[in-house]
Write a protein that binds this ligand. Structure first.
Ligand SMILES: Nc1ncnc2c1ncn2[C@@H]1O[C@H](COP(=O)(O)OP(=O)(O)OP(=O)(O)O)[C@@H](O)[C@H]1O
Ligand SMILES: CCCC(=O)O
Length: 355
């Protein structure tokens, strides 16, 4: 028995879709969304119809009959903290994503869109390893103020997928390796993997680490508080300043690392400084996670869209190769990882978890 799946992975700056027959990719598409396109919507859920239309268009362009699908899988969003695994998209799960009580995030649309398509076809919808996968060790949860604990929000799906890919390539078990995985996309997360768990990670959304194409990362606390109370921004605008309008966007007016690199190559010294500061901060986060692992690091893995960039990966490697060797997996394996999550359930290897 084989299964056809539609995989939907909404990122902060893109919607990636794939159609698989079991683990074989039939076709995929990455639809990039400019800052202007996204800025028309005042919430993530408001982007639903826009993203649904672009997906339907791609399916039609590929002459794909959606009635042949067996399952729809979405990337999981900002739910309550939960263990890793494959979850059935229930009404309760969708309600939490729509209400966005734990925050706005593009991947909230993954479960919502998956259920939308699946319900029309009368087939199941799943999410796999959502961004809220929480395997932090206790000592990593303290921030310095009890009302502000650190939380685990990161590229769990891709971090786990590339870590397992590396383990397979070197003939070892993921659980037996100490890895630092660095995802550099619209957001950035740097995680310490040991014993098959991500025991510490710089939160990609709430920003206790490096800045990213669109996000501020860790900023000076006092100045942040003063800005919040200055009257310059509403609460919603302030959050947008930190997540969306920050990072490369704020410094250089684009969320595309390739634009920043091109500006720098054309002699723009400010763009060069911003890109170098980004690579410097990511390297510092890797150093911190090396300490989490007591310096016993088998490999550092660079992944996400920015890891396609030669300058970026070479500069980070120069700074951190004293810790451990570096492997680069440009882009991400999230579509396949989502398809595999659903297949494990459909093939009876794993039971779908209920949220
Ligand atoms: N070939 C490339 N060289 C350098 N940078 C690239 C390349 N391709 C994509 N990028 C950069 O990768 C970033 C987007 O990465 P990615 O597609 O992983 O992000 P996303 O899926 O939108 O967000 P996230 O990964 O946080 O969920 C952009 O800054 C883009 O410029
Ligand atoms: C929070 C993990 C995914 C992202 O960067 O948006």
């Amino acid at each position: 028995m084989s299964y056809k799946s539609l995989i939907i992975n909404p990122g902060s700056t893109s919607t990636k879709i794939g159609v698989f027959e079991d683990e074989t990719l039939l076709f995929e598409e990455t639809l990039r969304h400019s800052t202007e396109e996204i800025a028309q919507y005042d919430s993530i859920v408001a982007q639903k119809d826009f993203r649904k239309d672009v997906i339907a268009k791609v399916l039609a362009e590929n002459n794909f009959d959606i009635k042949t699908l067996d399952v729809v899988v979405g990337r999981g969003g900002l739910l309550k903290p939960i263990p890793g695994g494959t979850y059935t998209v229930t009404d309760e799960l969708v309600k939490d994503l729509v209400e966005a009580k734990r925050g706005e995030h593009a991947s909230n649309l993954g479960g919502i869109l998956a259920k939308d398509f699946a319900d029309e076809l009368g087939i199941p919808a799943y999410i796999v390893d959502p961004v809220v996968v929480d395997e932090l060790q206790d000592v990593a949860r303290l921030s310095g103020h009890p009302e502000l604990p650190r939380t685990s929000i990161f590229h769990a799906l891709n971090q786990k997928a590339v870590a397992k890919r590396y383990a397979k390539e070197v003939g070892k078990k993921y659980e037996d390796l100490n890895l630092i995985v660095v995802h550099m996309g619209g957001g950035v997360s740097v995680g310490a993997h040991t014993g098959g768990k991500v025991v510490d990670v710089f939160n990609a959304l709430d920003g206790d680490g490096a800045f990213s194409p669109e996000r501020a990362g860790g900023v000076p606390n006092g100045e942040l508080v003063r800005l919040c109370y200055s009257g310059k921004y509403t609460e919603k605008e302030m959050i947008k300043q930190l997540v969306g309008k920050a990072g490369f966007n704020a410094y250089c007016g684009s969320n595309d690392a390739r634009d920043i690199e091109a500006m720098a190559k054309n002699g723009d010294k400010h763009a060069q400084l911003v890109f170098d500061a980004f690579l410097y901060q990511v390297s510092k986060d890797i150093g911190a996670q090396a300490a989490v692992l007591s310096g016993k690091v088998d490999q550092i893995i660079l992944t996400g869209g920015i890891a396609y960039g030669k300058y970026a990966t070479e500069e980070i490697t120069k700074r951190v190769q004293f810790i451990a060797p570096v492997t680069v997996y440009g882009g991400e394996d999230e579509l396949l990882a989502l398809a595999q999550g659903a297949l494990r359930v459909l093939n009876g290897e794993e039971e779908a978890k209920v949220y």
